[in-house]
Design a protein around this ligand. Sequence first.
Ligand code: GLA
Length: 412
Amino acid sequence: MTLNNMRRVFFFIAVVAMMATSAFAQQPTATTERGKLAPTPPMGWMTWNMFKGDISEQLIKETADAMVESGLRDAGYKYVFIDDLWQGGRDNRNNIIPDPKKFPNGIKALADYVHSKGLKLGIYSDAAQLTCGGCTASYGFEEQDARTFASWGVDYLKYDYCNAPEDSATARLRYKTMADALSKSGRDIVLGICEWGQRNGEEWCEHVGGQLWRTSSDVRDMWKDIVNQGGVGILDIINVTAPLSKQVRHGQWPDMDMLVVGLNGKGGPSSDLGGVGCTYTEYQTQMSMWCMMSSVLALSNDLRHLTPEDKRILLNKEIIAIDQDPLGKAAERVVNEAGHQVFVRPLANGSHAVAILNSGDKAQRLSVSFKQLGLTGKYTVRDVWQHRDIASGATKWGGKVQAHETKVFVLR
Ligand code: GLA
């Protein structure tokens, strides 16, 4: 090679190296610290409990439209989550792809549609080779999948733990690997840890880069588990989550699983293991207690066919305000008797939310002195389900509570 040719080759190599370096330098990185990705509990809708694998681009678009038209979006429900069974395997470059029959135009086009409505898109994967539903999952492909999700415009990843080793150390490692991959992906993507509380995700979620932690196994459309086959109902989830309230803080939220409000026993997976449906009193209790506990609020009924009762519960701005309160504290359970429970939650404006839950199967008269809750003043009592002040200068409350009903008051 002549000296001139050598110079040309050297120059060519230098230019390629510079281009590669600058391309690398320009690769976008997510801008928000992981701890700040979910300043309040995320709110949205999830496909699983009603539709299982019967999901499609059309369903997601119609649901997004319904979220806008019903006022749910403006009430704070922003995420549309595609749960399991969306996947179509990997292409010849190992990129994860959607099922082409369900999502013929791909997820990016769908995300664009969802974003154009002022909503966000959530998707699902699993920290193993296969998801709970037996589809392609992300273990070993974390960075590649995170880049794919980012390129589609995904805003939230629910990351499940089926088919993965049982121990907590492996779970932490696998969740951290995905959180790191999301951070490198160039997009702010919330990470939901879904190990069902079996490895105490609440203790390490923040450390590994997650924003929320599932507290229980899968919710069924029922009040409580009486068939003892592994499904959990509304009261069961309240009971497993109540002791975790001290773990709740800004950016670290409990995920008490999906709201079953409005499923009325018609959901797919939510209807087995005793999931025969609930009364609207019970659905109202679910909404009340999920909000008292600062849970993620993920609707799971068919939003295209909302009843006035569904809307009354799901669009109650006063109860949603408790869930989203900027102080970010979950309610403490201060009374835990066999037939009733009482919870107190401090709010940012100095007032307190109080929930009185009749967990028994018959209506009962209950009375609560505010002093016993640590509240020593005289209070104006607002009933957030009746939307009116029911007392002023009060130091206690007493009244009838229906079976499985929850009264929620704000004391100021
Ligand atoms: C697990 C999760 C559910 C749902 C299914 C999907 O059971 O806990 O919420 O995502 O997997 O297969």
